[in-house]
Unconditional design. Sequence first.
Length: 384
Amino acid sequence: MDIWRRLKGELIDIVELIDESQDTLVRRFERSFVPDNNIKNGAKLIVRPGQAAVFVNMGQVADVFAPGMYTLETKNLPILSTLQGWKYGFESPFKAEVYFVATKQFTDLKWGTMNPVMRRDPEFGPVRLRAFGTYATRVADPAKFIADIAATNSHFTIDGIMEQLRNVIVSRFTDTLGESKIPMLDLAGNLNELAEFVAGVIRPEFEGYGLELSKLLIENISLPPAVEEALDKRSSMGIVGNLQAYAQFQAANAMEAAAKNPGAAGQGAGIGMGFVMAQTMGQQMAGGMSAPNAGAGMSPPPLPGAPSTQPFFAAINGQQAGPFDPGTLGTMAMQGQVTRDTLVWRQGMASWTPAGQVPELGRIFPPPMPGGAGGPGGPPPMPR
């Protein structure tokens, strides 16, 4: 039986490969019971969809066959015939290595930054970003891929080149991200455009390996957890808005919850005190926002008799204006914009006070005329 099998299989008459694996890029055709893999003249070559067959002779890539069925003759093997010196055709068996290359799409391949990418953001300054996504690729030039990448490997999988492809993607993505100048908060709205631009930069490098970059997707660009937490707090403060109204709203919710729980009547005093404290806190926060520098660090008062150097705020036409130094207020008093009755305030004063009652500002106003116009000490009435 073994002798009959050996005699029957002395020459290969059908060259084909059925491979059910999902990661094979290149597999060499072999039959262990055929000496030297001799292929006879007129053998059938079957190349299935998603495959390409590459004939290699003495380390040189010869003929490449697309999907289909072929009869191996001199006219179908022009390059191999030249390499082996078959000027007038051949009738005897010949030896050649046949590699089947998968030309199908390999999808959902992962890429991502192993280390954070340093980037200068116009709003947040230096930040560290991480990114990840997927890509799809296929063998577009089987002869080039075997010559430059797979070489003499009898079985080459996608894992053998994924690391190199990932490094290419990350390197070009990092460079493109730095040159894009897109603000960090606008990156989410520009992922597709950024991915297309990066893919355009990478495709020529993939072509150098005999590959085609079919698709590149950026799934996410993220910040370090600590920075994301700080950004969430900043967003929360923006949503809260009016702190006084927010404090009153929280206190009202607490009172409503207490009203729905009659057994907590003994806590009424505490709830009322909480409402008062919340309202007071809201008023203090609102006052601190409306009066700039009111919450600034305390400083000692000026020496007795020394002119004040601290600016004043003034109530002009019902609106807060300033701050103004005393010299500016003096000029405004001469122009009639500020009078003795104009309310002013500066740091250290308990409340708004008429300017005429502030010792530091008393000298900017001329002394009042005794008795007023037409009174004692004033000019006489005009003659009739």
